[in-house]
Design a protein around this ligand. Structure first.
Ligand SMILES: *[C@@H]1O[C@H](CO)[C@@H](O)[C@H](O)[C@H]1NC(C)=O
Length: 320
């Protein structure tokens, strides 16, 4: 079903590319995010205590869950800039930043919520994976994704993840594993309200995103086979498109994805595809929205990650 959905998504995407006229018929409001939205969160004067667990990279799931989204953003930036540089992975988690700023814009995933717990699991796994890779600890925190991130860092250091195919596969597998674990934790947590249908649908979209990262090569191959003789330019355009949408070093593309998915999660996909017509409408909306943004992005070029640089001077020294 998953694979089908992705192929479906791409077919629709390609179709939308070939029928730009359709855009005029879209009646939903345009989703726009400027780099300013993202960078405004970065110049911060939060009073987050940069406590011991940041330094030793052993924050527990509970500790991370208790952090506000602003703190988590700061934490991820801190990790990227000051710890992951040794793992040659400084630019690998802008996608995380894009998702956090999306939560902040929508004011969702507040402390104690289901989504907050699921998200905390992602951050925990990244942090513990880094700690293992940096030989600071062997602790996984019981999070199966910790070892997967450690493996990702290992592969990256040994130069095995230079191509987008294996890179995206490894990245997406680690992240999906953290999300799945987070969901199990959140579902079984006491005093945590069940998520809304909209949040569940949003999660479903992000799963499609990670699945398309995993099947990147297959998707591109099928596209190539399908369009080589009719329109050879389509597979190339599709590749550039997928490259952009799934670029984990670009906080803006994932920010767009999250926003588009959130808007469309009001309607959502039918359960197990029992309503193909409604599903195609939703997919078409995603595809055209994305295609438009992608075109815009191509024409303006520009700043890849919205100036996402963690400023050391903003980081408080831990009281030792
Ligand atoms: C994290 O590591 C620090 C320094 O090694 C230690 O003092 C602290 O107890 C650890 N915290 C947890 C929750 O294991």
């Amino acid at each position: 079903m998953k694979t089908l959905l992705i192929l479906y998504f791409l077919t629709v995407a390609v179709w939308a590319v070939k029928h730009p006229i359709l855009k005029a018929q879209q009646d939903h409001s345009r989703i726009t995010i400027t780099n300013d939205d993202i960078s405004s969160h970065l110049i911060h004067t939060y009073d987050n205590p940069v406590d011991g667990c940041w330094e030793s990279l052993n924050c527990t799931l509970t500790e991370i869950e208790a952090m506000s989204m602003a703190s988590r953003l700061e934490f991820v930036k801190y990790l990227s800039t000051w710890r992951l540089d040794k793992l040659q992975a400084t630019d690998q988690f802008h996608a995380f930043e894009g998702v956090i700023t999306f939560f902040m814009r929508k004011d969702i995933a507040g402390p104690g919520t289901w989504l907050s717990l699921v998200h905390a699991s992602s951050v925990e796994a990244l942090q513990r994976g880094a700690a293992i890779s940096l030989k600071l600890s062997k602790e996984t925190g019981g999070n199966p994704a910790s070892a997967k991130w450690a493996d990702y860092f290992h592969q990256r250091r040994t130069g095995r993840l230079t191509d987008r195919g294996p890179h995206d596969l490894s990245w997406a597998i680690a992240e999906q594993s953290a999300v799945d674990y987070g969901i199990r934790r959140a579902d079984s947590a006491l005093h945590v309200e069940k998520p809304s249908a909209r949040i569940l649908r949003w999660m479903q979209f992000t799963r499609i995103y990670r699945t398309s990262m995993q099947y990147r090569r297959t998707i591109l191959w099928i596209m190539k086979m399908a369009f080589t003789f009719t329109s050879p330019s389509v597979p190339m355009a599709a590749e550039a498109f997928i490259d952009w949408v799934t670029d984990v070093t670009d906080a803006t593309s994932i920010g767009f994805l999250a926003d588009v998915a959130w808007t469309l999660s009001i309607v959502g996909l039918s359960q197990d595809g029992e309503d193909p017509i409604a599903d195609s409408e939703v997919m078409l909306k995603i595809a055209t929205e994305f295609w438009e943004v992608f075109q815009m992005k191509k024409s303006i070029g520009g700043d890849r990650n919205g100036g996402a640089v963690y400023r050391r001077e903003n980081r408080k020294k831990p009281a030792l």
